[in-house]
Structures are given as structure tokens and as C-alpha cells.
Ligand binder design. Structure first.
Ligand SMILES: [Zn+2]
Ligand SMILES: [Zn+2]
Length: 235
């Protein structure tokens, strides 16, 4: 049984609340970057600034990329939920823009995914199979997509970490001319190690709009998980 307790850790960058068992951390989180050592850095790393550090011009580390900046190039203080900081932390200018965009995901898209959508899922490729209706919801720990169907209908959960491709399967255009997905295909490795492609069509009904929003949020989630798996720290 996984240990879902959290603990407070203090790093140079600030206080963070993390899972005791790191294996069950949210797949959307990102590791803290290593800090550029003070001795390796004599000038502000903002290429357009390059102020020389001295006793009056102190250096500061961006919590997101770990590079050194002067105060005026790193005075954006903003919440960084991906690294589990409790308080808003110092950001350089380029990281500030990335985090701001990302925080939309934590503020809005995660909630859409947890609220769920209603989809018709085809168990096989044949078009004669009418498929079955399931609600698809992100679990509260962000680790799985769970499916809830009628009594007797089952669809195995998808581990978010095991998704390797997401594709919009069908689309229509909204009033602003944006493409809105009405279907999504998710390719993942299932519990017995097989690669599976699951095709989900938005079900017509009262949750149609919510389900299309769910698809848009799922695309963002996939991009974030891919990014979390990469090891680079370039923002
Ligand atoms: Zn930065
Ligand atoms: Zn600077």
C-alpha cells in the first residue's frame, strides 16, 4: 500500500510540501533544479543585463531554472505549484512567463479533468459495435484516469505516467474558428504491459460541452507530463 503522507522539506529555495513516498508524487510535478554555484557566476545571467555582482549588487537564484540574476532581473515572485513550494518564489523573467502559463493548468485544467467528461468508448475497431458510455475522471492524486460506467461495464484505469501519445480524433470549429476536439485517442501501456489505443468520443447530452473542455485540458496535461519526464532545466 502506497504511503500517501506528506512532509515538509526545507531547501535553499524555500519550503516544499512533498509526498513521503516520492513514487506517488503527482505526475505533473517537476524536480527543483540544481543551483548554479555562486563562484561560477560573476555577472547577471540575463543576457540583456549582465550586471557585475559585487557587495551592493547581490546575486539571487531563480527557483525555477537555478541560474543567477540581479534583483531587478529576478524580482517576479509567483506561486510555483509544480515544484510544490508553499509560498510564492523568486523567478527570472523568462521563467516567470512559463510558470504563469503553467499555473493556468493548475488553476483551471486540473479541475476540468477531475470534474470529468462523458464519452462513448469502443471496445474494438469494428464500427458495428455501438460502444459503451463511461464518465472519465482524473483521480484526486492526479495519477490515474478512472472510468465509471453502467453496472457491469468496466474499463480499466489509465495511469497518467503510462500515456505515450494523445491525439484529437475528431474536431469541429467553434464560433471563433478554434478547433474543438469531439473525440480523443489515448495510447498507453496497460497493467499487463501491452500498448493500447483507447478511442473516446464525446457523448451527446448535457455534458457535451464539459467533455469537449475535458479533451482540451487532457492535451495540456499530456504536454506537462512529457515535460516533467524530460530532465533539462531550460525554461
Ligand atoms: Zn529562471
Ligand atoms: Zn540583471
Amino acid at each position: 500500500m502506497a504511503n500517501s503522507q506528506k512532509r515538509l522539506v526545507k531547501s535553499r529555495s524555500g519550503l516544499r510540501m512533498v509526498f513521503v513516498d516520492e513514487k506517488i508524487a503527482s505526475p505533473f510535478t517537476k524536480e527543483e533544479p540544481p543551483w548554479v554555484p555562486d563562484n561560477d557566476c560573476s555577472h547577471c545571467q540575463n543576457i540583456e543585463c549582465q550586471t557585475k555582482f559585487d557587495l551592493l549588487k547581490r546575486k539571487h537564484h531563480c527557483r525555477r531554472c537555478g541560474k543567477c540574476f540581479c534583483d531587478s532581473c529576478s524580482n517576479n515572485v509567483i506561486a510555483l505549484p509544480r515544484m510544490c513550494f508553499i509560498d510564492p518564489v523568486r523567478h527570472c523573467m523568462s521563467c516567470f512567463l512559463v510558470t504563469k502559463k503553467e499555473n493556468e493548468f493548475f488553476d483551471r485544467h486540473i479541475k476540468n479533468l477531475i470534474a470529468g467528461g462523458r464519452f462513448r468508448i469502443h471496445a474494438d475497431e469494428s464500427n458495428t459495435n455501438p460502444g459503451k458510455i463511461f464518465s472519465c475522471l482524473l483521480s484526486s492524486d492526479h495519477r490515474n484516469l478512472n472510468f465509471e460506467g453502467d453496472i457491469g461495464d468496466t474499463q480499466e484505469k489509465i495511469c497518467i505516467d503510462k500515456i505515450d501519445a494523445v491525439q484529437i480524433a475528431a474536431a469541429e470549429t467553434d464560433q471563433q474558428g478554434n478547433l474543438i476536439g469531439t473525440g480523443i485517442a489515448i495510447r498507453y501501456t496497460n497493467s499487463i504491459g501491452n500498448m493500447v489505443m483507447l478511442k473516446m468520443e464525446v457523448e451527446n447530452g448535457s455534458k457535451r460541452k464539459q467533455s469537449m473542455t475535458w479533451i482540451a485540458s487532457m492535451q495540456k496535461a499530456f504536454k506537462l507530463v512529457q515535460d516533467s519526464k524530460s530532465t533539462g532545466y531550460d525554461p
